[in-house]
Design a protein around this ligand. Sequence first.
Ligand SMILES: Cc1cc2nc3c(=O)[nH]c(=O)nc-3n(C[C@H](O)[C@H](O)[C@H](O)COP(=O)(O)OP(=O)(O)OC[C@H]3O[C@@H](n4cnc5c(N)ncnc54)[C@H](O)[C@@H]3O)c2cc1C
Length: 337
Amino acid sequence: MRPVSSRRRFLKQSGLALTVLAFPVPFTKSSIITTMNTTQSFDVIIIGGSYSGLAAAMALGRALKQVLVIDSGQPCNAPTPYSHNFLTQDGNTPKGIAAIGKQQVALYPNVEFFNGIATKGTKTKRGFEIETATGEKFVASKIIFATGIKDIMPPIEGFEDCWGISVLHCPYCHGYEVRNTTTGILGNGDYAYELAKMIANWTSNLTIYSNGKATLTTEQLAKLQKHTIKVVEKEITKLDHNAGQLKTIVFKDETTVPITVLYSPRPFVQHCTIPESLGCEMTEDGYIKVNGVQETSVEGVYACGDNTTRMRTVANAVAMGTTAGMTASKKLISEQF
Ligand SMILES: Cc1cc2nc3c(=O)[nH]c(=O)nc-3n(C[C@H](O)[C@H](O)[C@H](O)COP(=O)(O)OP(=O)(O)OC[C@H]3O[C@@H](n4cnc5c(N)ncnc54)[C@H](O)[C@@H]3O)c2cc1C
């Protein structure tokens, strides 16, 4: 027989729980304490206060934990004028999305912000100590790294000026806006081939610029030809542009070709090296290794967002940040019970 549920029975059964919930729970950890005038103590320090870090801060703020967010204000998508593919914020500016996030997180009085760069992390008896470039020291029992990655630009004149505007890393973020335009892929070998297969979904006017001898196989070349995807091997010296909007590719032999958009996912380095220095295991691809709930290989250290995954989107960064915040807070709650 299915259990019968009624409002009265629910109220009777849950009376005790509701009484508990009716009274605000005091913070389990004493509010910020200052020792030796310089070291402030928190439950959790989040390093990186962009989308992923803010999402983690919201989860922890709502779990009544004392949180410090340290952020150096250099999110990877800063050059891009508009961000896409994040539900409710499609087409908003990267700054605009972050500003809404920060405004909402700042409403939780137990979340504090520090503008600066975390430069050093040390394991202590009770957790971790984080030092900043300006000499501040903060301690916490848990650390979340939401520090993102840094894209490495190639030595091609004009490339960096167009990065995020008309030189793109991802069709899901920007492909719709530039669909059916004169499109190039700057890359070579298997990587360029796989990307070409993908980008062909958004445009039929596609060329691979291998910037030197192409390393594509005979089968790959035949398949590309079948889909009228051209391959140009000439070396590139410059991208001509107008305020980041591509106009032409200039080759070493001084010939040019008109171009509207170029896809060029970049190699990267971790934005922050503290996780590695604390002993966090890294993946072969250079990401911080995490499990399904954003725990790293070091007890008490969590990571979320771009620094952990190639699935690089604002939505993903937010989802992972929320998970990291919930995981860290659950751990604290059970330790403090
Ligand atoms: C050019 C470009 C355009 C993009 N466009 C889109 C798009 O349209 N839609 C989409 O969904 N995604 C887009 N993305 C991907 C998206 O921007 C990322 O997935 C997202 O920013 C990841 O969020 P994050 O919080 O992990 O890292 P980030 O946003 O990169 O933020 C990391 C933060 O950590 C801080 N930090 C790092 N190290 C330290 C330290 N030692 N101390 C203090 N602070 C530190 C940085 O200053 C930064 O504020 C784009 C990416 C790029 C590069």
